[in-house]
Design a protein around this ligand. Structure first.
Ligand code: DX5
Ligand code: ZN
Length: 224
């Protein structure tokens, strides 16, 4: 299972150093939470920050993955791809023409993803699965780091796993985001998730990125 730290809880006064420490510790996927103050109550950052991290990510061969928690994401796809994102994920709740939006991401040369809020049924993705490179199951209501994992999302991950396997779509990354930490990551892996977004349990004043990687890896290698 890949660990994709979210920079949302990093120390932004020393963001480069924080991210570099994560890469030094073996991380090769960085999750960028873009919030617009409309789709979600919070405002985070935009393409400027992605662009600033790009040289560092390129130096380590790391993936930059933008999770767009914004209305009308199609207005900004080009900017995020130009800023260096390999994956761009939009929310189905704000994408009435999801097929077109995903194709637009692919046409720009990036990999398209679609995200589901906890209350959005899995069926919202069913018709579009073959167009996806990433499916994101939110396990908290998006907007803030540090929230508690919603346990019912585990079953959603398992059902999505079965759906992808049944259709021969195991190339699609199954990402889970929200409340992932050493206590919850193992059950997500068991349910079939392949990419774990970790925010407050990764970039925390409590421990270094290297110690966070070690804690998550230990949880993943513990006997089931
Ligand atoms: C939720 C974001 C997440 C979040 C993860 O709005 O999409 O990526 O910041 O943070 P934790 O791991 O603290 O729930
Ligand atoms: Zn996210």
């Amino acid at each position: 299972m890949l660990i994709a730290p979210s920079i949302l809880t990093a120390d932004f006064t020393r963001l480069g150093a924080e991210v570099e420490a994560a890469f030094e510790a073996g991380i090769r996927w960085l999750h960028l939470d873009v919030m617009d103050g409309r789709f979600v109550p919070n405002i985070s950052f935009g393409p400027l920050v992605v662009r600033a991290l790009r040289p560092l990510a390129e130096r380590f061969g790391a993936v930059l993955d933008a999770h767009l928690m914004m209305v009308e994401p199609e207005r900004y796809l080009e900017e995020f791809v130009a800023a260096g994102c390999q994956y761009v994920t939009v929310h189905v709740e704000v994408s009435p023409h999801l097929h077109r939006t995903l194709q637009a991401i692919r046409a720009l040369g990036a990999r398209p993803g679609a995200a589901l809020n906890p209350a959005t049924p899995l069926s919202a993705l069913e018709e579009i699965l073959p167009e996806l490179d990433l499916a994101l199951v939110m396990s908290v209501n998006p907007g803030f780091g540090g929230q508690t994992f919603i346990p019912s999302c585990l079953d959603k991950v398992a059902r999505l796993r079965r759906l992808l396997d049944a259709r021969g779509l195991d190339r699609v990354a199954l990402q889970v985001d929200g409340g992932v930490n050493p206590a919850t990551i193992g059950s997500l892996r068991d349910a079939g998730a392949t990419v774990a977004v970790v925010g407050s349990a990764f970039f925390t004043p409590q421990r270094s990125p290297a110690a966070s990687v070690a804690a998550l890896q230990a949880a993943l290698s513990a006997p089931r």
